[in-house]
Design a protein around this ligand. Structure first.
Ligand SMILES: C[S@@+](CC[C@H](N)C(=O)[O-])C[C@H]1O[C@@H](n2cnc3c(N)ncnc32)[C@H](O)[C@@H]1O
Length: 203
């Protein structure tokens, strides 16, 4: 345990893992060639025809995804949530988010408006209850809103994630990407661990 690849532990342990990492998080992810934020934005640009007005970025970390997202959609109002106080502090200093919530993505946030897009990039690994997560996301989204997330292919297979997606009644599947390298310059991940990027639309 206690490894990004094999698992960090329970939610408290994940929280302190990311708190402890916060000082060098952005630099390390850059060194590991973490491209999921940009790749996810490219998928949104390809499939979303109307510019989103509101996005909720779950497990937002330091805002690596939202930085790329705002380049494509500079007028969008962005809210974020995460369990790591220290990563949230960095996001706060960067000033890209309107509201930041210290919350697990499995717990409901009291929102002030519905969102056109909800994102969960690089964090589905930490989900303990998919049903609950999809229920919360459906509640946050406006009709025809989009949920974009990444998920590791090894866990996808292990957890039979196709079956979970098939059972979703609130969403239709818009696109599931081909397998992509996740952290190619991290020696534990290399080209072994791939992700898919999934875009769902709320019915
Ligand atoms: C690999 S980082 C991805 C961060 C950001 N989305 C990005 O693309 O840079 C994983 C993030 O998930 C957060 N996280 C882990 N478990 C969580 C949970 N249950 N609820 C909310 N955030 C969580 C961590 O604190 C960390 O910020």
């Amino acid at each position: 345990m206690k490894s990004l690849r094999k698992g960090i532990g329970n939610r408290k342990e994940v929280e302190s893992y990311y708190d402890n990492w916060s000082g060098s998080y952005d630099k390390t992810l850059y060194q590991w060639d973490y491209k999921a934020p940009l790749q996810s934005v490219n998928i949104l640009r390809k499939y979303i025809k109307t510019k989103p007005k509101f996005i909720l970025d779950l497990a937002c970390g330091t805002g690596l995804f939202i930085n790329k997202f705002l380049r494509a959609y500079p007028d969008c109002i962005c809210d974020g949530s995460d369990i790591s106080r220290k990563l949230l502090d960095i996001s706060k200093r960067n000033g890209k988010y309107r509201y930041l919530y210290k919350k697990s993505f499995e717990n409901k946030i009291k929102i002030s408006n519905k969102y056109n897009v909800v994102s969960l990039i690089g964090a589905m690994t930490y989900c303990n209850n998919y049903q609950l997560l999809f229920k919360q996301v459906s509640y946050y989204l406006s009709k025809n809103g989009y949920f974009i997330f990444t998920h590791r292919l090894d866990l996808w297979r292990e957890l039979k994630f196709d079956n979970i997606l098939e059972k979703l009644t609130d969403f239709e599947s818009i696109n599931i990407s081909r397998p992509l390298n996740y952290l190619p310059k991290n020696k534990d991940f290399g080209s072994d661990i791939k992700i898919k990027i999934v875009l769902l639309k709320k019915k």
